[in-house]
Design a protein around this ligand. Structure first.
Ligand SMILES: *[C@@H]1O[C@H](CO)[C@@H](O)[C@H](O)[C@H]1NC(C)=O
Ligand SMILES: *[C@@H]1O[C@H](CO)[C@@H](O)[C@H](O)[C@H]1NC(C)=O
Length: 239
């Protein structure tokens, strides 16, 4: 299949089929990694990262996605299987993420389209305790791309929108002005922002990042910071 056709197919799958819906697998994410050159079996250039994942079809074992300025994403696919994907398949690369296919969600996790397997806690804990309490093989939710973040917001709005609510996610204040996802990657704090609520971040350090539902002030699961010692429910994502 030629590259242009492949890209068109990816876009179609991405829009029409909510990539992970109905498929037997989900993706395990490695931030800051790309597939080793020797293992790459094909590649494509697409408009959105989910198209890369959609194009990782039957024979594909993993896909690496990196931004290709100004507005494309580059996908590298591999069909090679490694016992240890972190050493056998991937090499470190700051601006790239590898999505490695795995079967299904663990018990207690819900498959959220374009996000992965998500666990919603029933208890409220401070940030540190929340991060330590994600079930086995999961971590506080982090967004790989804006499209993942928005897919998560949509899921929360559909399922948890009856009252004011806040969840801890895997976001911390790394320096006075830098907010960082646990596992790598930063997000800007400038406004207008697709991530932050209109008044955030606005807490003195140390503070931690949550995702906040409060329609009265237009927080529709947008980011808000809060003192890390506050107890909130939390969202974990299977790794
Ligand atoms: C979330 O909402 C969808 C429909 O909007 C429903 O199918 C799904 O079961 C809900 N999930 C949870 C965990 O409540
Ligand atoms: C967080 O909660 C744990 C368990 O309840 C407690 O031991 C710890 O001191 C708390 N940490 C902070 C910073 O509040």
């Amino acid at each position: 299949m030629n590259l242009r056709l492949l890209a068109a197919l990816g876009a179609l799958l991405c829009v029409c089929c909510s990539i992970e819906e109905g498929s037997a697998y989900t993706f395990r994410t490695f931030m800051g990694a790309e597939i080793a050159t020797t293992a790459i079996s094909s590649s494509a250039l697409v408009q959105r990262p989910c198209e890369c994942r959609a194009l990782c079809g039957d024979g594909c074992v993993a896909v690496a996605i990196r931004r290709q300025p100004p507005r494309h994403f580059h996908c590298s696919f591999t069909d090679k299987t490694f016992a240890d994907v972190t050493t056998g398949l991937t090499v470190p690369a700051l601006d790239s993420r590898v999505f490695y296919k795995r079967l299904g969600c663990l018990p207690g996790f819900t498959l959220v389209d374009n996000v992965g397997c998500i666990y919603v806690s029933t208890v409220a804990l401070n940030f540190t305790a929340a991060a330590a309490s994600c079930p086995f093989d999961s971590q506080l939710f982090t967004a790989n791309f804006l499209i993942d973040f928005n897919a998560m917001r949509e899921y929360l709005l559909r399922n948890f929108s009856t009252s004011r609510l806040r969840f801890w996610i895997g976001l911390i204040r790394a320096t006075d002005s830098t907010w960082q996802w646990l596992g790598g990657g930063t997000i800007p704090t400038t406004h207008p922002s697709p991530y932050w609520g209109q008044n955030d971040p606005n807490n003195p350090a140390p503070s931690c990042g949550g995702i906040h539902f409060e329609p009265g002030v237009s927080y529709l699961y947008h980011l808000a910071d809060a003192p890390c010692a506050t107890a909130y429910k939390f969202l974990c994502k299977q790794i």
